[in-house]
Design a binder for this molecule. Sequence first.
Ligand SMILES: [Zn+2]
Length: 142
Amino acid sequence: MNEELRALPEEDAERRRIVKALSEIGFCLPGSIGDERTRCGKPNCRCKSDPPVLHGPYHHWTRKIDGKTVGRYLSDYQLDCYGSWFEQAKRIRILLAELETLSLRIVERIEGWDPQSPPTGHHLRNTDEHPPANPSRQRNKR
Ligand SMILES: [Zn+2]
């Protein structure tokens, strides 16, 4: 493997910065926390008054399992304990996106490809003007 050799020193320094940050990630929890205020079932409760005084806020943790949203309520104490674990999950996604962006930039530079803008519609795919972008370079690859 010679990917490292083909990255510029500053590109590799950027990769090392991201990988170091990734190595410092703590525990990660999936999903997100939303604060919820609710009504209960008691007929004369304050949550039925006018104006209503709703219960909560409750910290509602939702996430997807096999495409279905599941939820769990966390106490204030539990949110204190685990809240940062959600931040860690967010951080790891940001760092991964940074690493992918960097890697894309490198491969586009090495291959002489035009940078691809984010997909805005399918028409981009059908108007690819020059498929074999850099034939002379491809021959040297192996
Ligand atoms: Zn109530």
